[in-house]
Design a protein around this ligand. Structure first.
Ligand SMILES: [Zn+2]
Length: 681
């Protein structure tokens, strides 16, 4: 189950209204944009409200922030076993190279290093394709050899020449490790994925057999098998190397635990203290039952203002959806903005009851849908530099069923997106007319946040599997189907009169802003993120094209959506919003049926027919139009810097924030202060 909502939809983020500004006063002239390279723009985010936390709360945030940063190296190693070696080599060159630093080759090297930081490794964070540097292998060898060998991440007895020989094909040969997580049907997904969740030479069939044996269909409370380990072959036998103190990634996990222990001493209440202590216990033992115990405590702690995720959490990186990448996000509740999500949560049963799906797939009782709007204070691992805008956890199905889930919308991140995008020309280029543009200006910020709320608070938590249906029955299509389900739930209700009745939307036409941008994005503008001649791989993008192109085709006879040409350019035109809503409802019903019954064939057919293939001529047109705008299709973030203030007696008197650190300095500093792991693990 994939529960992290990433920002794919640029379009609806492009114009800010006043809607999301009910927070604390802003720093004047805050500079959001920090850096720009390749297809990436780096932003910074503000942490409004931090100054209003109590000293003890600030201290807690500080310790949790530190625990977050201590895990920084883990994801590099999970993404590919050479990543730490490559990063450290490049950083050594960047910091020590005495030759011409203004040359084109050195600039290409700098760009490549920035991309490695953004991708937490040598693959693009989003397409997951390996990116190839614009400097030559000869230049790489020359600069590596020019610096003091003691600065290089050499293995015992290794020379700089041997290091260069080892890394050159990994960096420059596009046929080696071409894809981080391969989802292409019909090949061995484990052998063809470049990431490091499985040892070399292990096949998909072996993995499936290994974990298949562990699953007991009668177990009502199954642990998340394989979540926190690398599966390797030792002497011909498959064994799990567990991520824990004393196990794999121990050096980083020990540091995380140290900070969590400090955090426990300043917990806001006993419930939160128990959450932290159980997580510590899990990190020390690697016991997945303890992890479930932690998850249950975490989901039931609704009173604390400060909250955090720190651990092996999301399984996007494993083509089989079992192994989790490490991430951390520290945050506190935005009390004012949370009123919006509380309205949604408190009406959860109404939404479930009125959903357009077959009654046998509905939850009789929707449990514990808690939702809040949060302000993040620190991002790390799989939440950094590219950042989710919403999270819904835990991922364990039975825990969600028994105890519910916590759902969050990260408003200081979406706000940074909105603010950084003001007036960049995107809507002028791609939207059909001023009607759509003005609606976007008036409502898009609000409707986009609301869609995130509905997706996270209700969408993922709605519906149920029929008894005996394997939650993994949809296999590689599962995450796309799940995201489509959550999106459709949100889209369907966005157009419901209940939205204005509950005071969630100010105007009966406001939902059209979201509908238009969703369809335009799904049919056209998200293609700006796809390389020429490539198909769509990523689950959220597949889901968005699936929904948009399915609605386009099914509504064609009634001209619900049209693709119209004007002055040689293609535009999306939505003629009938009410019918579009009906179509969303119909697709939701079918997708819920697929999910509830585990209908693999139907799921596969739907995704392959609508979600994967790209309309090439349109793709080329969109890329050309987008290029002229000179915008970066992807964004990442830098974190603020937190400093403990102490008095003469050494007591903590305050925690301050500064926003001045740039992208390069931040990564170089993290690599010095938090680089805990060996180069090879
Ligand atoms: Zn989602």
């Amino acid at each position: 189950m994939m529960k992290k909502l990433t920002l794919i939809c640029m379009t609806s983020m492009l114009l800010a209204s006043g809607a999301s500004e009910a927070t604390t006063p802003k720093i004047k002239e805050f500079k959001y944009s920090v850096d720009k390279f390749a297809d990436i723009e780096i932003l910074r985010y503000q942490v409004p409200g931090f100054e209003n936390l109590s000293l003890k709360q600030k201290e807690l945030v500080y310790y949790l922030n530190q625990a977050a940063l201590e895990g920084s190296d883990i994801l590099y190693d999970q993404n590919n076993k050479y990543n730490l070696c490559i990063r450290r080599t490049l950083e050594a060159v960047y910091e020590n190279y005495k030759g011409d630093r203004k040359s084109a080759e050195f600039e290409h090297l700098t760009t490549y290093l920035k991309r490695v930081w953004m991708g937490t490794g040598i693959h693009h964070h989003y397409s997951e394709d390996k990116f190839i540097p614009e400097f030559s292998a000869a230049y790489f060898a020359q600069v590596v050899k020019s610096i003091d060998a003691s600065k290089l991440p050499l293995s015992t007895g290794e020379t700089a020449d041997a290091l260069i020989t080892k890394l050159t094909p990994i960096i420059f040969d596009s046929t080696i490790y071409p894809k981080r997580t391969n989802q292409t049907e019909g090949v061995d997904l484990i052998k063809t994925s470049a990431n490091n969740y499985y040892g070399d030479s292990i096949s998909q069939a072996e993995v499936e057999a290994f974990y298949g044996k562990m699953k007991n269909p009668n177990d009502k409370e199954p642990v998340s098998f394989g979540l926190n380990s690398k599966l390797v072959k030792e002497n011909g036998v498959l064994v799990e190397k567990t991520y824990k103190v004393g196990g794999l990634y121990s050096a980083a996990i020990v540091k995380i635990v140290d900070w969590l222990e400090k955090a426990a001493t300043v917990a806001e209440n006993d419930k939160q203290k128990a959450v932290i202590n159980t997580l510590i216990d899990f990190y020390k033992t690697g016991n997945l039952k303890t992890y479930d115990d932690y998850s249950i405590k975490w989901v039931r702690d609704l009173d604390s203002q400060i909250d955090f995720v720190n651990g092996f959490t999301e399984t996007y990186g494993d083509p089989l959806g079992m192994k989790a990448s490490w991430e951390s996000i520290v945050n506190f509740k935005n009390i004012e903005a949370t009123k919006r999500t509380e309205i949604i949560s408190s009406n959860a049963q109404w939404f479930e009851d009125h959903s357009p799906i077959d009654p046998q797939f509905k939850k009789e009782k929707v449990k514990g849908v808690s939702a809040k709007v949060i302000t993040v204070s620190m991002l790390a691992g799989d939440c950094y530099p590219p950042t989710p805008i919403g999270i819904n956890l835990p991922n364990s199905n039975w825990i969600r069923h028994e105890y519910g889930s916590k759902s969050v919308t990260i408003e200081n991140i979406t706000e940074a997106y909105d603010k950084a995008s003001l007036g960049n020309g995107f809507n002028e280029e791609f939207m059909w007319s001023d009607v759509e543009r003005n609606r976007a200006k008036d409502f898009a910020s609000l409707t986009n946040n609301l869609h995130t709320d509905l997706h996270e608070c209700l969408g993922h938590g709605s519906g149920k599997l029929l008894p005996g249906v394997d939650p993994d029955a949809l296999k590689a299509y599962g995450s796309c189907i799940e995201e489509a389900r959550a999106d459709l739930f949100g889209l369907y209700y966005m157009g419901d009169p209940k939205m204005t009745e509950l005071g969630l939307l100010p105007d009966k036409d406001a939902y059209k802003a979201e509908y238009y941008s969703y369809i335009m994005n799904g049919l056209m503008t998200q293609l700006t993120r796809i390389q020429p001649d490539k198909n769509i791989e990523e689950a959220h993008m597949r889901n968005r094209q699936l929904i948009a192109s399915w609605a386009y085709e099914k509504g064609k006879a009634d001209r619900v959506i049209e693709m119209v040409e004007r002055d040689g350019k293609t535009y999306v035109k939505v003629n009938d919003y009410e019918k579009l809503r009906t179509l969303f409802g119909q697709l939701l019903a079918e997708i819920q049926r697929i999910k509830s019954t585990g209908d693999f064939e139907a799921g596969k057919n739907l995704v392959e027919a609508y979600g994967v293939k790209v309309n090439q001529p349109l793709h080329n047109e969109v890329l050309a139009r987008y290029k002229k705008l000179n915008l970066a299709p992807y964004r990442g973030f830098v974190n603020p810097v937190y400093t403990l203030v102490k008095n003469a007696a050494g007591e903590i008197t305050d925690v301050t924030i500064s926003y001045n650190e740039n992208y390069v300095d931040q990564h170089l500093r993290y690599s010095k202060e938090y680089s805990n792991l060996p180069t090879f693990n």
